[in-house]
Design a binder for this molecule. Structure first.
Ligand code: HEM
Length: 508
């Protein structure tokens, strides 16, 4: 870019940053509560919880789990100036997050990440959110996911091309850079690997940073703190990369060059008839927010799911061997071929391993909402403006709804015919919520299943990663549930490269 161009880009980035400082479109404000003094459910002392979090005596997921198990289906914690209601009953969670979704908005954690995510799908509200969701949805239709599948496989095979037999790697880093490359290619047609170091590292730092500041819960204070200001300066670095990708797409569109990715859909999408904004396209600043949201939501969660899966397979070698047998029976033994989209229904155990992994280690381990009205939850009156937490981590591990709740049992997801079936364990609706609810349900759910199954299939047919003996594996829960100390693993090659057929050119 020449100097004039770069000065213009900087001015535009500043204008976008200033636009993001304005109050978000359609952001609702909780109505004043008309309840007087209300009885609150029991719960742990907020000061103790905050101290335990700050001193890292335990991880947030376990602190909340202990509170819910001790105090029941609705637990109250008064912390950081907020009345927090932790809801760990499947029916009550479904009622608040699905049936009464119009009476709540997103919680404080995501509000704190607004300087990074802007007003994208994860953070926006109301009509504006629904409009953005409608515009982005076609990019996630079945035929689109099918077309992304070959890229998911070719990126996996390219990635494992750098693996060496006996080498030690951190599986969290490996899976993060792989899912990052996949998101870049499939959703934005962009090779993010050149930017991966800066972009990926910066994004991870920013999520941790904003995650730590999320306890403050007020965007204005977050922005004023020295740490907040440092983080914001780094957001601008990412803005430049994102703007470059948008500019390139627009220039190509003007030159008649077509791209087949989500960003192109979003650039060409127009509000449909019947909408008051009929024919309107997304602005550059809106595109920026959606790109940032998709890059973040689309790679970190799946990377964590895959990382935990590798660890669970290493801990359960019998399952690892059964998965390998399933893969070689479908992909061939002597001449292993690359997996493809049509193989997915033929890989029920691989599918089940993904499901069982995100049951035990849900990447989105907790979801938050703020009540917009006074609301009754179970037998409790919850005043407007309260925080309600819905915790997949707790619900997925509750022995009331799951046999052998804390054990890794992929077979629970196979029905009588041996097919993968999400209802096979017989759990109630709200006890299985890895992708959330209703119109806030993960838009990338099918993308994530496809990616996780195909990446596992491509790599587990060729490699058997093993945890380095003596490594301590524990959880840490910020925005996503991560392995606290990474996952040091030794790579053992299963098939020799000469036996491995390269992906066909049309798969790349
Ligand atoms: C295993 C992988 C994934 C998990 C466990 C996961 C989980 C979730 C959950 C629980 C929500 C709802 C959050 C809430 O209600 O507060 C969500 C929303 C979202 N996810 Fe995912 N996700 C995954 C992968 C993906 C992928 C691959 C993409 C994009 C390519 C994506 C994009 C989004 C977006 C944009 C939203 C906001 C949707 C809206 O509010 O309209 N996610 N995800």
């Amino acid at each position: 870019m020449n100097r004039q161009g770069s000065a213009r880009a900087t001015r535009e980035a500043a204008a976008r940053a200033s636009a993001r400082r304005k109050p978000p479109v359609d952001s609702p404000v909780p109505a004043p509560s008309v309840l007087g003094r209300v009885a609150r459910p029991s719960g742990p002392s907020g000061i103790r919880v905050v101290l335990a979090l700050l001193t890292r005596r335990d991880t947030p997921n376990r602190i909340f789990e202990a509170a819910a198990r001790a105090h029941g289906p609705v637990t109250h914690i008064h912390m950081a100036g907020e009345h927090v209601y932790l809801v760990s009953d499947p029916d009550l969670v479904t009622e608040v997050f699905l049936t009464r979704a119009r009476e709540v908005m997103k919680g404080r954690g995501l509000q704190a990440a607004r300087p990074l995510l802007g007003n994208g799908l994860l953070t926006s509200e109301g009509e504006f959110h629904l409009r953005q969701r409608r515009l982005a949805q076609p990019g996630f239709h079945r035929e689109r996911i099918e077309s992304y599948a070959s890229t998911m496989v070719s990126e996996s095979l390219q990635h494992e091309g750098n693996w060496a037999d006996g080498a030690q790697v951190d599986m969290v880093d490996e899976m993060t850079s792989l899912t990052f490359a996949i998101v870049g290619r499939t959703l934005f047609g962009a090779d993010l690997t050149g930017d991966a170091r800066t972009f990926g590292d910066t994004l991870a730092d920013l999520m941790t940073g904003f995650g730590q500041l999320s306890a403050i819960g007020n965007e204005r204070i977050v922005r004023a703190l020295p740490k907040g200001r440092r983080l914001l300066a780094r957001v601008e670095d990412l803005d430049h990369v994102v703007q470059r990708i948008i500019d390139e797409h627009r220039a190509d569109a003007a030159a008649g060059i077509e791209h087949d990715d989500l960003l192109s859909w979003m650039i060409s999408s127009r509000d449909d008839e019947g909408s008051s904004t009929y024919g309107t396209a997304m602005s550059d600043s809106q595109l920026r927010d959606e790109v940032m949201t998709m890059v973040l939501a689309g790679h970190e969660t799946t990377a964590m799911a895959l990382s935990w899966a590798w660890w669970l397979l290493s801990e359960n070698p019998d399952v690892a061997e059964r998965i390998h047998a399933e893969l070689t029976s479908v992909l061939g033994k002597a001449h292993l071929r690359a997996p493809n989209f049509d193989d997915i229904p033929r890989l029920p155990l691989t599918h089940a391993v993904v499901a069982e992994t995100i049951r035990l280690y849900p990447p989105a381990w907790i979801m938050g909402r703020r009540t917009l009205n006074d609301m009754r939850i179970g037998e409790w009156d919850v005043p407007s403006g309260s925080i309600v937490l819905g915790p997949p981590w707790i619900l997925h591990r509750d022995p009331a709804y799951w046999d052998d709740a804390t054990s890794f049992v992929p077979d629970r997801w196979l029905n009588g015919d041996g097919h993968f079936d999400e209802t096979a364990p017989g759990q109630p609706r709200g006890a299985w919520i890895p992708f959330g609810f209703g119109n806030r349900r993960c838009i990338g759910e099918q993308f994530a299943w496809t990616e996780a199954v195909l990446v596992l299939a491509a790599l587990a047919s060729r490699w058997r990663p093993e945890l380095v003996p003596g490594s301590v594996v524990d959880t840490t829960a910020a925005v996503t549930l991560r392995p606290r100390h990474g996952l040091p693993m030794t790579l053992h090659r299963r098939a020799r490269p000469s036996q491995t057929s390269a992906p066909a050119m049309d798969e790349r």
